[in-house]
Design a protein around this ligand. Structure first.
Ligand code: SF4
Length: 337
């Protein structure tokens, strides 16, 4: 816990130079017979070229829905109710039909959760990549297409011998890297990877994480990495964005987020990371998330926050930068409170 209550509020938010992704006041609801579930509530953030942003939070906090909605992949009963998403200046929230189809893979690509199940088991890996390339760029000369696919394999650390293989012939880590190869096949400026290392053992996790870093360095691609493995995020991403109950509660450079987490929820998440240096009881975040159809007035973390104050029950804290590039939505840091 950072006890020092900062009263200084920084005027500037993130350096907006070379921003690839801009998400503004983005809200996504799911219709249910008992009212809308507010899965994502008025979320704003951006992503710079070549940056890795870790989107974290507990299950159901809205991180995957945010990503799917950016990619325009939310299906009914889900819907985008508000906000705007631009990728390299292209307003993807307004795209429809053929325009949207063309933007997928070219402007934005998904490395889906569970590589084991997301590849087509009936198609060779090379044919799945060729399908993406030829669907968007038209028929390609065979030799060039093969060279391009083999280059993609090299980029993600896959051996050329998998060229004629089916997904079931690959290990879990190889399948995950094949999914990454699909994601970068058309060199989109934005790639979203949904829990890219889940269901892999720690050695393979490390290899996949290194693959992501290599690709970023080589291609300068911007990536959102969704996950809840705080230890892995610490080693992988440049900035951390923490979501709770559909709201963005903290966005900070990764060093600052781990060394001086400001939001009580982020502090609890970091305290829950087991240590190999000292034996300590696992810290739990007590209580349950509120009903997402009926958020309380005031702070959405008030029912679980160890520092809750009267104002927290009445006024919703806004995401503000209290240190350079370190934004938090919490009344603890507001002047005069
Ligand atoms: Fe806790 Fe209040 Fe900050 Fe919310 S605004 S996180 S309840 S201290």
């Amino acid at each position: 816990m950072t006890n020092t209550q900062t009263t200084l509020e920084w005027d500037t938010k993130l350096d907006t130079e070379d921003v690839v992704l801009e998400v503004e006041n983005f809200s996504v609801h799911y219709a249910t017979p008992k009212g809308d579930v507010i899965a994502v509530n008025d979320v704003s953030f951006n992503l710079k070229r070549g940056e890795l942003l870790g989107l974290i939070g507990e299950s159901g906090c809205g991180k995957t829905t945010t990503a799917m909605a950016i990619l325009r992949l939310v299906q009914p009963p889900g819907r985008i109710v508000n906000g705007r998403v631009t990728i390299d200046g292209l307003d993807v929230t307004s795209l429809q039909g053929e325009e949207l189809r063309r933007a997928r893979w070219r402007q934005m690509a998904l490395v889906p959760q569970g590589a084991m199940n997301s590849l087509n088991p009936l198609m060779r890996i090379k044919d799945q990549i060729a399908d993406v390339i030829e669907t968007h760029e038209g028929k390609q000369p065979k030799k060039e297409l093969k060279e391009r696919i083999l280059k993609l394999f090299t980029d993600v650390g896959l051996p050329s011998r998998i060229y004629n293989m089916y997904p079931h012939e690959l290990s879990g880590g190889m399948k995950q890297r094949a999914c990454i190869a699909l994601g970068i096949a058309l060199k989109p400026p934005l790639v979203i990877a949904d829990e890219p290392t889940s269901a892999l053992d720690v050695i393979v996790q490390r290899i996949v994480a290194q693959t992501i870093l290599d690709i970023r360095d080589r291609m300068n691609v911007s990536m959102i990495i969704i996950g809840h493995d705080m230890g892995l995020m610490a080693q992988l991403v440049d900035r951390l964005a923490v979501m709770y109950a559909g709201n963005m509660v903290e966005v900070a450079p990764v060093d600052s987020a781990y060394a001086e987490p400001m939001h009580p929820y982020t502090q609890l998440l970091i305290e829950a990371i087991p240590s190999i240096k000292e034996r300590k009881p696992l810290k739990l975040t007590e209580g349950l998330t509120h009903d997402l159809r009926n958020p309380p007035p005031g702070c959405i973390f008030q029912f679980r926050c160890p520092h809750v104050m009267d104002v927290c029950r009445e006024v919703r804290p806004q995401l503000k930068a209290y240190k350079p590039n370190h934004e938090v939505a919490c009344h603890l840091y507001e002047e005069g409170i």
